[in-house]
Design a protein around this ligand. Structure first.
Ligand code: GLU
Length: 445
């Protein structure tokens, strides 16, 4: 870690993601000296390739803009690089290396043959017209296309990249590569997408949480749930929680959060989906349409988020990295939270994770709990290769099976290394071992 820190002093998120994995691996490296000898971990923390490129484009006012584009091709031990693209002003190399690193283990846990990668840009789609987003996407793909391919590297969505952006990116890829292949996932259903891909991350996180609750003989029935975020993951986790009998009382965006003590029902959720996916408005508008709900604006002077201090049984952080700090974790624990399952990537700070584990909260880390999204992406790749569509029920059945399998694998790994119930250790150990074995099989590469 000291060496990695010295080499990457300006990458705190990346170091945080690696440190968490390293903490879980001491026992494994002791049991398996061949991993140490082959310098598996030392190799794994260095991306196989990092591509950085200029993305010039002209905005709606005719002014020239320039953004930074990235693709981090982290590991191809288990299959072609696979992982999303994030468009957000906070994007930098540290963020994409943390995401790419986590993706290796997440993808390994899905049981499907995919390596790990991540990419994106500091472009901010917020407030941009469709035309501007399209212009940006086409410029971005004009460089990215030469580095990706359906057997090489298959990007998808993440924060700021949804169906609209994947459409524009795919159109440009097809045009310049002169190939209609499954080079991106999250495509529209009519042109190669898979059923359940839009729902997969949210549904998958709910399935994982249901499996965790089951270990204590519990279900979602009657449980009050805090959900952060209001994007793709938050929307579909809310849908599944409603279906499973739970009550979602919060949702948020960067401007603040809404609290609806009556719960967000199906009709309110449809309204939110229209607000966020079509009108692209702010969550605050919710309170104008639904009586009894309130809005609390983000207060940057507070050292905690009051949303996590609302009494509830379950918490689903589905917004962004490090959104739950030690103070938030203490609030959740004080209020008797039973389960925290991460729809976002690394939403809990390392101090928060330590607190959850110390207090024996059922804690599902993102790399296990939110793996359903990329899992269905891999199912989309399989369907593209077969030039065939599976029915909705078939994809959902496979997603449920995969999430159960991930839960089982993590539980077993945690138990066999002497920390039963610790899904952090379970996910890191199980995810790592598969990649490490592949690296040894494939020699020094
Ligand atoms: N961005 C998602 C993730 O964090 C999905 C990636 C994919 O479908 O390739 O796993």
């Amino acid at each position: 870690m000291a060496e990695l820190q010295a080499k990457n002093p300006d990458q705190p998120e990346f170091l945080q993601a690696v440190q968490e994995v390293v903490n879980s691996l001491a026992v494994v490296l002791k049991k398996r000296p061949e991993y140490r000898r082959a310098k598996v971990l030392e190799r794994m923390v260095v991306p196989e390739r990092v591509i950085m490129f200029r993305v010039p484009w002209v905005d709606g006012k005719g002014e020239t803009q320039v953004n930074q584009g990235y693709r981090v091709e982290f590991s191809s031990s288990l299959g072609p690089y696979k992982g999303g693209l994030r468009f957000h002003p906070s994007v930098n190399l540290s963020i994409l290396k943390f995401l790419g690193f986590e993706q290796i283990f997440k993808n390994s846990l899905t049981t499907l043959p995919i390596g790990g990668g991540k990419g994106g840009s500091d472009f901010d789609p917020k407030g941009k017209s469709n035309q501007e987003v399209m212009t940006f996407c086409k410029s971005f793909m004009s460089e990215l296309f030469r580095h990706i391919g359906h057997n090489t590297d298959i990007p998808a969505g993440d924060i700021g990249v949804g169906g609209r952006e994947i459409g524009y990116l795919f159109g440009q890829y097809k045009r310049i590569a002169n190939q209609f292949t499954g080079v991106l996932t999250g495509k529209g259903f009519n042109w190669g997408g898979s059923h359940i891909r839009p729902e997969a991350t949210g549904f998958g996180t709910a399935y994982f949480a249901a499996a965790m609750l089951e270990t204590q003989g519990q279900t979602f029935e009657g449980k009050t749930c805090l959900v952060s975020g209001a994007g793709n993951v938050a929307q579909y986790i809310t849908e599944k929680i409603i279906e499973l009998g739970g009550k979602v009382v919060t949702l948020s965006d960067s401007s603040g959060f809404i609290h609806d003590p009556d719960g967000v029902d199906r009709q309110k959720l449809n309204w939110i989906m229209d607000l966020k996916n079509v009108r692209r408005g702010r969550i605050e508008e919710y309170t104008e349409s639904f009586k009894g709900s309130s809005f609390t604006g983000t207060d940057p002077t507070l050292r905690y988020n009051p949303m996590w201090d609302i009494q509830a049984d379950c918490a689903f952080p589905c917004a962004t990295q490090n959104e739950i700090n030690d103070k938030d974790a203490k609030h959740l624990i004080k209020n008797g939270i039973k389960i925290v399952a991460e729809g976002a990537n690394m939403p809990s700070s390392s101090e928060a994770v330590d607190l959850f584990l110390e207090h024996h909260i059922l804690y599902g880390p993102g790399k296990a709990a939110n793996a359903g999204g990329v899992a269905v992406s891999a199912l989309e790749m399989a369907q593209n290769s077969a030039r065939f569509h599976w029915p909705r029920e078939e994809v959902d059945r496979r997603l449920q099976q995969i999430m159960r399998q991930i839960h089982e694998t993590c539980s077993q790994a945690a138990e066999s290394y002497g920390t039963p119930g610790n899904y952090v250790n379970g996910a890191n150990i199980a995810g790592f071992s598969k990649v490490a074995d592949a690296m040894i099989d494939q020699g020094v590469v």
